[in-house]
Write a protein that binds this ligand. Structure first.
Ligand SMILES: [Cu+2]
Length: 120
């Protein structure tokens, strides 16, 4: 394992997620408030969403170039870089110039997009 130092931000993100879950359970006023954005939690579970603009999609290589914002779980500041896609089929739904949100992690030393979807 060559995991990088895990930033304390991960713990913060988990605590935040737990707090959100608790908040949802504490409210029993069904129908009283407008629908909450169901987009708060990433599909993969623990990873927070990051936002990005797609610069380039290389479906053949299963790679995507993103100009991304902060990636909290990777402790990475905004930059433009290439990610590998966990599944190249994920890239069929996005195209250059699009705003997206995504989750990413470092897998075997490679920054890998685990989920990605257009932002609207
Ligand atoms: Cu980066």
């Amino acid at each position: 394992m060559t995991l990088p130092l895990k930033p304390p931000l991960v713990a913060c993100a988990l605590a935040l997620a737990a707090g959100l879950a608790l908040a949802q359970h504490s409210g029993h006023s069904h129908g009283a408030s407008p629908a909450q954005p169901a987009a708060a939690a990433p599909a993969s579970g623990a990873l927070p969403w990051a936002e990005a603009e797609v610069r380039r999609v290389d479906a053949d290589a299963g790679a995507v170039t993103l100009r991304h914002g902060d990636i909290r779980n990777l402790d990475m500041p905004p930059m433009t870089m290439v990610f590998k896609a966990r599944d190249p089929a994920m890239l069929s739904g996005i195209k250059a110039g699009e705003k997206v949100r995504f989750t990413a992690d470092q897998i075997n030393g490679t920054y890998t997009v685990l989920s990605i979807e257009p932002l609207r």
